[in-house]
Ligand binder design. Structure first.
Ligand code: SF4
Length: 387
């Protein structure tokens, strides 16, 4: 009987397919976006994604407690009233049982669990928490769990979710309250979303001895006039104040049967430039003001933002590799945190006087940086002519 139940649940799960296609959960969001098998047959590949998790690369079950929803976000395939959407719902026992079976069969090693909202956020979040609780307490699974946080849940629910998970997502969707109102009229920016991220950081600070989940968020980019400046300003605040592990940017794509079905899709290159800029804020100690925004508040899409900044600021005043501070090194195209550390180490041991020396310490694309640096007082191009 129990075996039949699990089998039915697995069938339901695989038929539900890649419902979380637009909800990135790992550290390589673009590879998650690849649409998996469209075959109608029983096929688990549709609900399993190979993610780069904080615990390394893993096959992760990505699913939802329910694809029904009482809210009406204008961009969403699961919004209320969209008659063509097939709605599938799992109980916590069903979802946990299916995960257990897949995990024991070594098909998955990790869970990303989201949900539409039915009977309010608090009730929905309880179902997500109950599922994770069964997996952790009864099934004694110690691997990777990423839980979605519903808008406006209670503080204690958030705390419990953070005890159970490695990572939690609170999707802000938009960078300001006004933009959110146009995207998702029933979501309240500060009280329901931003506050969750602030609470999460507070909970981590209040319980330093506990192993608690990190936080991430996602923005839907380009549907309601949001600018890159708005997105980066909010991202910067989230990194510095709410200590987010990462921010996802999801280029808007119109879904038939929604109020936004006739809006143009956002170009994928904009999403890519936002990720590049976001990493400059998170990993390269850049300030928002340093990003090369155009007058309309957007970044150029035809050039890497770091390169655009360097063309403007370094082409005529290159950085001396032998004397620059780490923060300055991180402004050179082609030099990341690992490269900057390698330069600092190498400098202590000797002089870096040639591009080949930079290659030897692991900086791969030395041509990319040649126009923006001095090596022992000389520009590399001039230096090469001497030999
Ligand atoms: S709350 Fe979530 S599932 Fe429901 S309509 Fe909005 S984005 Fe879609």
């Amino acid at each position: 009987m129990a075996g039949r139940l699990v089998s039915e649940t697995l069938t339901k799960l695989s038929q539900m397919g890649d419902v979380t296609l637009h909800e990135p959960a790992g550290d390589s969001p673009h590879s998650e976006r690849v649409r998996r098998s469209r075959k109608k047959e029983f096929n688990f590949s549709n609900c399993i994604a190979n993610l780069q998790t904080p615990r390394g690369p893993k096959p992760v079950l990505k699913s939802m407690m329910t694809t029904a929803c009482e809210r009406n976000c204008h961009y969403c395939v699961f919004r209320a009233g969209r008659a063509k959407t097939k709605r599938v719902t799992f109980s916590p026992d069903e979802m946990a049982g299916a995960f257990d079976t897949l995990q024991r069969a070594k098909k998955v090693d990790g869970l990303f669990l989201s949900s539409g909202i039915i009977k309010g956020s608090v009730t929905t979040q309880d179902k997500i928490i109950d599922t994770a609780d069964i997996i952790r307490s009864k099934q004694r699974y110690r691997g990777y769990i990423h839980l979605k946080i519903m808008p406006g849940i209670e503080y204690d629910q958030l705390y419990r979710a953070m005890q159970l998970a490695d990572r939690i997502s609170v999707n802000l969707e938009a960078p300001t309250s006004e933009r959110l109102h146009k995207l998702a009229p029933k979501k309240i920016f500060v009280q329901e979303l931003l506050r969750m991220l602030q609470w999460a950081e507070q909970i981590r600070r209040d319980h330093p001895q506990e192993r608690l989940a990190s936080s991430v968020t996602q923005f839907v980019v380009g549907a309601v006039g949001d600018t890159d400046l708005e997105l980066m300003t909010m991202s910067d605040k989230l990194y510095s104040q709410a200590k987010l592990a990462r921010v996802y940017y999801s280029a808007f794509g119109p879904v038939p049967g929604t109020p936004f079905e006739n809006l143009p899709a956002t170009e994928a290159i904009r999403e890519f430039r936002l990720y590049q800029s976001s990493f400059l804020l998170r990993d390269y100690t850049w300030d928002v003001e340093e990003l090369p925004f155009q007058r309309d508040g957007n970044l150029r899409t035809d050039i890497d933002p770091k390169q655009a900044w360097a063309d403007e600021h370094l082409a005529h005043s290159p950085i001396e590799i032998m004397r620059a501070e780490r923060e300055q090194l991180l402004r050179i195209p082609g030099v990341g945190p690992v490269g900057a550390n390698a330069i600092l180490r190498a400098r202590r041991q000797g002089r870096l006087t040639d591009l080949s020396h930079l290659k030897q310490i692991g900086i791969r694309n030395t041509q990319k940086l040649a126009n923006y640096v001095l090596l022992d007082g000389l520009q590399p191009a001039r230096q090469r002519k001497l030999f």
